[in-house]
Write a protein of this length. Structure first.
Length: 407
């Protein structure tokens, strides 16, 4: 069982690494092409059919880039497609959610004080909500296709606020914000898979057939790409939020998540305006600062926790049924709970690191795997062994976990 637990932890690390790598590739190409499109010079003598051009220098070389609003007259050789970055980001992100939140539903996804759910019920809600997000978003885009795009963005923001409240009413705070990020990322990846790439394939097919492509396909693809551009920064914040209890444990976590989307818009608006050479709207930084201050203020509201004597989460009782659990509980309470408490007594700490509370038997059973890996196997906790956990105590934790899991 030691090998299985360690292997599982390394699998999470490997998939998380892959997810970060592919996300960097996708975000980089997305930001680059939006900036390129906005910065094109359209007042020069251009090749027939070209909409704009730009000269760029990078890595010691000069690049001459031209954009065709619809398509060139002939199908070019060696056409490069930008799609796998998006697909790989979503697939690796979903795989990570399976490893952490689905296989560990009783630890990370379900909070009995929020809603009593079985593992399969929580997972079903998670998957259904991701599909629901795409259906609602795509429907809004079709309904508001001829409307002012600001109206569409306001409608989308309303959906995101509603989903923020829904997620915190169903899942743990940590899982709620992570799911809102996954909800949004699913919309972004589906934009690429369901709209942008299919539209581009239609244009390519028309070129090969010798037909003039319909410019509407490119217009729709650009609309979806622009939406992705404005949603990227909030998704990054939400994906990082699971490391910061101040974001997800606040009673106002759903409001915090909603305001993050507004910050994403204000930040991207400044960059996009700059790239389009339409000035420097410095007001966006003031707005972003005000929003961030409001988020910080909301995060200091009383943290949300289950009752002190909360019942054991289903599936974790076996960790309290071992013959050495009382000894393990004494070790954890003596070495860990001064920091991992609802009201930490360690100087400089105002909340439990990563939201991990270890004050009761139910708390310890809930975080058994983390205690085993962090204090028993890796010996990374307590940090710098500042509470002087003995080797015998670490061995006790290892023996306890293996007894409970049959390892």
């Amino acid at each position: 069982m030691y090998d299985l637990a360690a292997f599982g932890a390394w699998m999470e690390f490997a998939v998380r690494w892959l997810h970060v790598i592919t996300a960097i590739a996708w975000i980089g190409s997305s930001f680059y092409f939006i900036a390129l499109d906005l910065g094109l010079h359209r007042d020069r003598n251009l090749a027939t059919g070209a909409d704009g051009e730009e000269w760029q220098v990078h890595g010691g070389g000069f690049y001459h880039i031209q954009k065709y609003l619809v398509a060139p007259s002939n199908m070019p050789d060696g056409l490069v497609w930008f799609k796998w970055e998006s697909y790989a980001t979503w697939l690796s992100g979903f795989a990570l959610m399976v490893l952490v939140y689905y296989l560990g539903a009783e630890f990370y996804l379900i909070d009995p004080s929020v809603m009593e759910l079985s593992g399969w019920q929580a997972i079903a809600i998670s998957v259904a909500s991701l599909a629901f997000g795409w259906v609602v978003y795509n429907t809004l885009c079709k309904v508001f296709v001829e409307a002012n795009q600001t109206v569409l963005m306001v409608a989308l923001f309303g959906v995101l606020v509603a989903m923020s409240y829904f997620y915190v009413s169903v899942f743990s705070g940590r899982a709620a914000l992570l799911h809102l990020g996954a909800f949004t990322a699913t919309i972004m990846s589906a934009n690429v898979f369901m709209i942008i790439i299919p539209n581009q394939k239609i244009v390519v097919a028309d070129l090969i057939a010798g037909n003039r492509p319909d410019p509407q396909y490119g217009k729709i693809a650009k609309q979806r790409s622009t939406h992705n551009n404005y949603l990227t920064l909030p998704v990054i914040f939400l994906m990082l939020s699971n490391h910061y209890p101040l974001a997800f444990s606040s009673e106002y976590n759903w409001i915090i998540a909603s305001l993050v989307f507004l910050m994403g818009v204000t930040i991207r608006h400044w960059f996009n305006t700059q790239h389009a050479r339409k000035g420097s709207p410095t007001w966006t930084w003031l707005a972003t600062t005000i929003l961030f201050i409001l988020i910080v203020w909301l995060s200091t509201a009383p943290l949300h926790h289950a009752e002190e004597d909360a019942a054991f989460v289903p599936g974790t009782e076996r960790f309290a049924a071992t013959d050495n659990f009382e000894d393990v509980q004494d070790v954890v309470m003596g070495r860990c709970s001064m920091c991992h408490a609802r009201e930490p007594v360690w100087d400089g700490l105002h909340w439990a690191p990563k939201g991990v509370v270890l004050e009761t038997g139910a708390d310890i059973a809930r975080h058994a795997r983390d205690i085993y890996l962090q204090s028993g196997v890796a010996q990374g906790m307590p940090p710098a062994n500042m509470t002087w956990m003995e080797e015998e105590e670490r061995a006790l934790i290892v023996a306890w976990y293996r007894q409970a899991t049959g390892g």
